[in-house]
Design a protein around this ligand. Structure first.
Ligand SMILES: NC(=O)C1=CN([C@@H]2O[C@H](COP(=O)(O)OP(=O)(O)OC[C@H]3O[C@@H](n4cnc5c(N)ncnc54)[C@H](O)[C@@H]3O)[C@@H](O)[C@H]2O)C=CC1
Ligand SMILES: O=C(O)[C@H]1O[C@H](OP(=O)(O)OP(=O)(O)OC[C@H]2O[C@@H](n3ccc(=O)[nH]c3=O)[C@H](O)[C@@H]2O)[C@H](O)[C@@H](O)[C@@H]1O
Length: 437
């Protein structure tokens, strides 16, 4: 099938490569000429495991190309909308200007029978509004909403083998012709038994908002428990292990620590609250305000604990921050808890050095004032305290004796609760976790 992908960022570039991998003939379209040039050279414009290999594998097949020219969408049977929906500046709501611009620009190139499939995360009600734009331009084309659930760091595997497909179609009916079109797009993963749900627009849009809200709530729940554990001397990691053994709860997404960040969970729960408010259902989601507040408190807690670790003042203390990305296996620093804590420590007088295996270039763009150091040993050199804030494997695997020889004082704050406290203490470290004795 011929497929166009509009927007080639963390979602769209991966979707484009994966659709070509499934055998489709794909054109990726983006307004960012530099990104298009890089992708056209077979290079991922960001770090995502397996994406570079996939781009290289596809380079000589002729099935994947990239352009800035929207006219290249003409002739594709399916057009995926993958542009960004960031938080509006100074407001909770989603900024839909990129989605609106992309759909309006695409509408001129849509032909009868085409399917325009929205993948971006949008407030409920957006699909119905955009469907009017598409049908005004081409009455025999259909807009569907096909939300995406991939995780950064696992994006290729998640796209090729998702937990489920959700199709939001105009009448919510299995018989809608667009269902068969999407089934052909996803024929290979569907053949392995991946569940596929056909829903109406609003339900499909809400599945995405609800899923991210649930995940955020799970993380904030365990972080709230971490606060109680700190007050009582209990251990939140063991608490999570015990809770997680109940099938109905599960252990996943119960890792307490510095909290959630990234380009999705924080902005998505805020956009969901804003949209519920517009719909007169704000009370239903007022708990998400608390989810957000618990999450933001974790960042402050890291600063407080670092101050305690340094003997009561941050002034002039050399702090080694391990991790800049919002999670390991990603170079994404959007709303990164690690960077926001690092910047706060610097503001409070600490001499901060941040290291990360992949995210320093992006960190430099967002926080030009923060000293960044690619080398882990150089970062640790003469540190008065070490903060592990993004749990890259190389930080989790550090040897406390080796690290101790590098630092000025053996004090560590494990912001992700991934180190073995007994092992670090036995090596002579003052160890602090979040919600752990
Ligand atoms: N990053 C992720 O893991 C996931 C993201 N999403 C959702 O997918 C959407 C995109 O997110 P990301 O890929 O992370 O954002 P991103 O910022 O990495 O990528 C967006 C891309 O759209 C391009 N763009 C903007 N306006 C355009 C236009 N008019 N025409 C063509 N291209 C245009 C930008 O240049 C950029 O390359 C958001 O709604 C996000 O919530 C959903 C699931 C996973
Ligand atoms: O809509 C999106 O963009 C995506 O948002 C999240 O994916 P992602 O942001 O890539 O990363 P997650 O693995 O969900 O982690 C989010 C944040 O929560 C933190 N986290 C995660 C799990 C946990 O137990 N504790 C915890 O603090 C991570 O460190 C990270 O900062 C969802 O997991 C995806 O399903 C969704 O498609």
């Amino acid at each position: 099938m011929r497929i166009s992908i509009i927007g080639c960022g963390y979602l769209g570039a991966v979707h484009a490569a994966c659709m070509a991998r499934l055998g489709h003939d794909v054109v990726g379209i983006d307004v960012d000429a530099a990104k298009v040039a890089q992708l056209s050279d077979g290079q991922a414009p960001f770090y995502e495991p397996d994406l570079d290999d996939l781009l290289t594998e596809l380079e000589n097949t002729g099935r994947l190309r990239f352009t800035t020219d929207m006219a290249a969408a003409r002739g594709s049977e399916v057009h995926f909308i993958c542009v960004g929906t960031p938080q509006k500046r100074g407001e909770n709501g989603a900024d839909l200007r990129y989605v609106d611009a992309a759909v309006e620009a695409l509408a001129a190139y849509v032909s009868p029978g085409d399917v325009v499939a929205g993948k971006s995360t949008v407030p409920v009600g957006t699909a119905a509004r955009l469907a009017e734009v598409i049908t005004a331009a081409e009455p025999h084309a259909t807009l569907v909403w096909n939300p995406e659930f991939l995780r950064e760091g696992h994006a290729v595997a998640d796209t090729l083998g998702p937990d489920r497909f959700v199709y939001g179609v105009p009448d919510g009916s299995e018989e809608h012709p667009a269902v068969a079109v999407l089934d052909r797009v996803y024929e290979t993963p569907l053949a392995t038994g991946t569940p596929r749900l056909v829903l109406d627009y609003a339900t499909a849009e809400l599945v995405k908002a609800a899923a991210n809200s649930f995940l955020a709530t799970k993380i904030s729940f365990i972080n709230a428990m971490a606060e109680v554990c700190e007050a009582t001397g209990a251990d939140v990691s063991r608490l999570a292990d015990a809770l997680g053994l109940d099938d109905r709860i599960g252990r996943k997404f119960l890792n307490a620590g510095i909290g959630f960040g990234g380009g999705c969970l924080p902005k998505d729960i805020r956009a969901f609250m804003a949209r519920a408010g517009e719909l007169g259902a704000d009370q239903a989601l007022s708990f998400l305000r608390e989810v957000d507040a618990i999450n933001m408190r974790r960042r402050i807690r890291v600063v407080e604990l670092t101050r305690e670790l340094c003997g009561g003042t941050l002034m002039g203390q050399r702090i080694a921050v391990l991790g800049a990305a919002f999670k390991p296996e990603s170079d994404d620093v959007r709303d990164s808890p690690a960077l926001s804590a690092a910047a706060q420590l610097q503001l409070q007088g600490a001499i901060v050095t941040v290291t990360d295996p992949q995210a320093l270039a992006n960190a430099a763009k967002r926080f030009p004032e923060l000293p960044l150091e690619p080398d882990l040993e150089a970062t640790l050199h003469k540190a008065d305290a070490v903060l592990l804030l993004t749990e890259w494997k190389q930080y989790r695997d550090m040897d406390p004796h080796t690290v101790k020889a590098l630092v000025s004082a053996p004090r560590i704050l494990d912001g992700r609760n991934v180190l073995d406290p007994a092992k670090w203490r036995a090596a002579g470290w003052t160890y602090k976790g979040l919600g752990r004795p």
